[in-house]
Write a protein of this length. Structure first.
Lengths: 103, 205
């Protein structure tokens, strides 16, 4: 169940602010308790599918950092995922309420 | 597992990727581990948080639309067929683009002579394809007679016919495939390679 919504969370995080790998993993872990191994592949896939763009930023502390940012295609994908999530979560919540009522 | 070992293992799993992509991914993971260590974790803890290395690399490969089976060196017949189809489609696109571009380029020089040249080439191509059919036809007929000979008395009329039909289809498909390759080869030869093409290809990659 968590995996399904992970993509949505990653998209939202990057829309909020351009992120680099570690930063994104930390943000996502705050929202959902998943192991970090699942986050990076999603990030990679979304980048490969052109929902994200990347750029490098020089760092004083070491090698240049790769930042991920949203593309227009990514914004569309986000809208689509938000719609799906809202429909899904409202129908599940509704069903739970019905079950609890009839108890 | 410490950082060094983790990265080495991951590198092995990602062997099938291009060196740039592979290095890119390894760099990213190294950065992430380094950051975690900066924030107080040990290398072992950081690596553990990634979970199972195998599932990790599988997920990464999937994001390149690569069948994770490739990392185990699996030689699936089906995935080989898929590959062949993909390669064929790629080649076809490439060559079509080259042809279109070369036509665009030579548009200003397009005169009656060139048009006739093209027509003659196309006609020769069609004749060539016609001749190509002959060996396949022979194979098909021989195969058919053999099958008919076998099925006589051994199988029911219907089953025998189905097998013969399948054989015919197989040969026809093989013929079409060879034709396609033949046409591609001819087209490729007749189209001059331009720098524009190579630049376009590089951009795509």
């Amino acid at each position: 169940m968590k995996k399904g919504v992970l993509e949505l969370i990653v998209l939202l995080c990057v829309k909020k602010k351009d992120r680099y790998g570690y930063e994104l993993i930390e943000e996502v872990s705050k929202v959902v308790d998943v192991n970090d191994g699942t986050v990076y592949p999603i990030l990679k896939r979304l980048t490969n599918e052109k929902y994200f763009d990347t750029y490098l930023v020089e760092s004083t502390e070491g090698p240049p950092r790769k930042y991920y940012k949203m593309t227009t295609l990514g914004l569309e994908k986000l809208e689509e995922q938000l719609k799906i999530w809202k429909v899904f979560s409202s129908s599940v919540t509704k069903f739970i309420k019905e079950c609890e009522k009839s108890e | 597992m410490n950082k060094e070992k983790f990265l080495k293992e991951l590198e092995k799993k990602l062997k099938v990727l291009s060196p740039e992509e592979k290095q890119d991914i390894l760099n990213e993971y190294e950065d992430i581990i380094t950051e975690k260590v900066k924030h107080g974790k040990t290398e072992e803890e950081a690596v553990k948080e990634f979970g199972d290395l195998n599932s990790l690399s599988e997920e990464i490969l999937k994001s390149y639309k690569i069948d994770p089976k490739y990392q185990k060196g699996g030689n699936d017949f089906l995935s080989d067929c898929e590959d062949l189809i993909k390669k064929g489609a790629q080649k076809l696109t490439e060559v079509t683009e080259e042809v279109v571009d070369s036509i665009k380029k030579s548009e200003k020089d397009m005169d009656l002579e060139m048009i006739f040249e093209m027509v003659i080439k196309i006609v020769l191509l069609l004749i060539g394809i016609g001749f190509l059919h002959i060996p396949f036809w022979i194979i098909k007929e021989i195969g058919q007679s053999i099958l008919e000979g076998l099925s006589f008395g051994h199988m029911f009329f219907f089953q025998g016919n189905v097998i013969i039909l399948l054989w015919k289809i197989l040969i026809e498909v093989a013929y079409v495939a060879v034709c396609a390759l033949f046409v591609l080869a001819i087209l490729k030869k007749s189209v001059p390679h331009s720098d524009k093409e190579n630049a376009k290809k590089k951009k795509k990659l």
